[in-house]
Design a protein around this ligand. Sequence first.
Ligand SMILES: [Zn+2]
Ligand SMILES: [Zn+2]
Length: 369
Amino acid sequence: MADLYGLLGLDRGASQDDIKKAYRKIARELHPDVNPDPEVQNKFKEVTAAYDTLSDPQKRQQYDMGGQGAGGFGGGFGGGGFSDIMDAFFGGGGNRGPRPRMRQGQDALIRIEVDLNEACFGTERDITLESAVVCQKCEGQGSANKAAPAMCPVCKGRGETQFVQKSFLGQVMTSRPCNNCGGYGSVITDPCRECGGDGRVRARQTINIKVPAGVETGNRIQMAGRGEVGQGGGPAGDLYVEIVEAEHEFLLRDGDNLHVAIEISFAAASLGTSVQVECLDGPVKVDIKAGTQSGTTIPVKGKGMTRLRSTHRGDLIVHVDIATPNKLSRDQEKLLKEFASSRGEKDGEVKIKGHKEGLFSKFRDAFGR
Ligand SMILES: [Zn+2]
Ligand SMILES: [Zn+2]
């Protein structure tokens, strides 16, 4: 068992004032902010624990009695004695103790809306957003004069404070993060007036985002190190840009393919024609064969969407609808009747279609029948 008086360089007759002075002097040399060496930190813990005991008159009396072999100290701890109590103080050598002031910054997520054209060909955006950036005044240190943080006078640099809790075992030492220093073990005595000691400030910044060709809703672009800067000048998190694709006026996306519906006249469908269909590349020529039926689909190769991370493009699928003429003039009505009779069509004539023919078969397929 270490001699607590010896650790502080004192003898048993030392006054409370002597103990305080001795501890302050040693702590200044051993504090983790001054000397982060693990061995020195262990020594610092030992000295701090010694001070904790000796600065409390009741604990000191118990220690003095135990030290003299009177058996008073640690009696309730199953004979484990002093080292068990030290473990209780320091969490059994786990990673307790002061938490680092410098921390990794948060990731950030923003959403941007792109239209179908931008999603297909890629685009660039300048986005202005508010984020945490390094405080220029203190360079992230948090101190107005760039002085190192001073040891917290409440927890003596441990980042946590102990208190006695009554339990069925008797009195138990418990610890919680120090309120005075927020668990850092040190305090910034003269905080930077720009950031209040946080080492970072909120500022608007403009970020250039490159959206690759082929993105779709839900895709995320990761921009490493463009998130929030960490506390105390810690490294920045990442910025994620999530894509939201705006609906197009008449083009419908299905993966790499685009769909468009057109309507042509009954005469044009019968005779065949060539039409210009607007797509992402501008107007594209689509040939309608003579005798085209309603519901026909005509694929146009390579006029669909770009596949992400490739130059391949899907197809534009043109869905053809035939418009039945209505609001006929007397002349047109006459012509149509002549047309029907020339084809041998009779009034009331109907043809029942099989399962595999026409639009109805498509409905059946869609319902999985
Ligand atoms: Zn600052
Ligand atoms: Zn503290």
